[in-house]
Write a protein that binds this ligand. Structure first.
Ligand code: KG4
Ligand code: ZN
Length: 351
């Protein structure tokens, strides 16, 4: 029997097994991560090596450095995930891996590692879309959450509002026309000399500032539920530069607070417009920017006012991790959606 035929047979049999444990690997950007997840909902281990220190010097992720660090760390993260879960490789039921979107060289490390393990162990290999993974971080946080619901995914590379119609079934309701929300935060932070990745530190600085200090535009978009951050970002950068040229003293905390308030109000307003017009009654947040403290507070307020039940991912699951990949993989496995050994990285994969 070929590897793929035996994987398909195993995937079918796993549907009847009491507990299914998936070893998942994530390496799409600057986190090298491995995790063991049981039945799509329970984290048995979640090992993450963040490369931030390696890239901070350059003010952003350097793809070659990311790939090299993934090569060096991926085995160690797999070992740690197994050790923390108290399991051996042989006890794993299936392998899962992020195969896109992301940096091609970075993705390839995780994909190669997962393929090698799957082939050597002759166990099913489940390819997972990174954005779907972020959404599934909510399944690990909220045992009661089931589709259908809507999900605002805001990270360094993506800003999308999705309708999650079923497990693995997504429809785009709105998306950014230019920069992702995280990218906008990071670029605004850079102007304030906050080191990469600036989003979390800008968020902290903003807590002490006046969000009304600087007036910023609220961009118009063609699609009703689409976003745009590039005009806002440029307006912010110009305002800071102009003030500096005139020798005007601007308070960094006020600037951070004004920028954060503008981004958050765009995200919240559009999400709530969609909720009201489309009758969405359950909304989740996902992705690195869902850790933003103002976004979490404002979404809570707005959802309460609009009768929408809000699901926030646990803070430790907002950024990139492999547990979220293991959760998404479980539902694909149940449907027999597994890969053969020709699986390749897809840097521009869409959901
Ligand atoms: O999901 P993620 O870890 O990686 C991608 O898939 O892109 O998201 C990283 C992004 C970065 O842009 C980072 O600055 C942003 O999420 N981020 C935040 C916060 N925490 C992380 N942005 C604003 N406020 C935060 N608290
Ligand atoms: Zn991500």
């Amino acid at each position: 029997m070929s590897y793929y035929e035996s994987s398909l047979a195993q995937a079918k049999a796993l549907g009847e097994k009491e507990h299914v444990r998936i070893l998942a690997i994530e390496s799409s950007c600057d986190e090298t991560a491995a995790a063991v997840v049981e039945d799509g909902r329970k984290i048995l281990s979640n090992a993450v090596f963040t490369q931030i220190d390696l890239h901070a010097l350059y003010g952003g992720v350097v793809p070659e450095i990311a790939s090299r660090a993934h090569v060096e760390k991926v085995d160690r993260m797999v070992d740690r995930a197994l050790r923390d879960a108290g399991m051996t490789l042989e006890e794993v039921d299936a392998l899962a891996v992020t195969y896109g979107p992301g940096l091609v060289g970075a993705l390839l490390i995780g994909v190669s590692c997962a393929k090698a393990l799957a082939f050597a162990l002759r166990k099913p290999l489940i390819p997972v879309n990174h954005i779907e993974g972020h959404i599934c971080a909510n399944f690990l946080t909220h045992p009661d959450l089931e589709p259908p619901f809507s999900c605002l995914v805001v990270s360094g590379g993506h800003s999308h509002l999705f309708a999650v119609e079923d497990y693995g079934v997504f429809r785009v309701l709105g998306q950014t026309q230019d920069d992702a929300a995280g990218e906008a935060f990071d670029k605004a932070a850079r102007v304030l000399d906050i080191p990469y990745p600036g989003g979390p530190l800008l968020d902290k600085l903003a807590e002490a500032g006046d969000p009304h200090a600087l007036k910023l535009p609220r961009p118009k978009t063609e699609g009703r539920y689409d976003y745009s951050f590039s005009g806002l970002k440029t307006a912010f950068i110009n305002a800071v530069h102009n003030a500096r040229q005139k020798g005007e003293a601007l308070n960094d905390a006020d600037l951070a607070a004004s920028f954060r308030a503008a981004v958050v109000s765009i995200l919240v307003d559009k999400a709530m417009l969609a909720a009201r017009e489309l009758g969405l009654d359950k909304m989740a947040l996902a992705g690195g920017v869902s850790a933003n403290s103002l976004l979490r507070r404002e979404m809570e307020k707005a959802c309460a006012q609009n009768g929408v039940k809000l699901y926030l991912p646990r803070l430790s699951l907002c950024g990139d991790n492999a547990a979220m990949i293991g959760s998404a993989a479980y539902y694909h496995l149940l449907r027999g959606e597994i890969a053969d050994l020709t699986l390749n990285a897809k840097p521009a994969l869409r959901l």
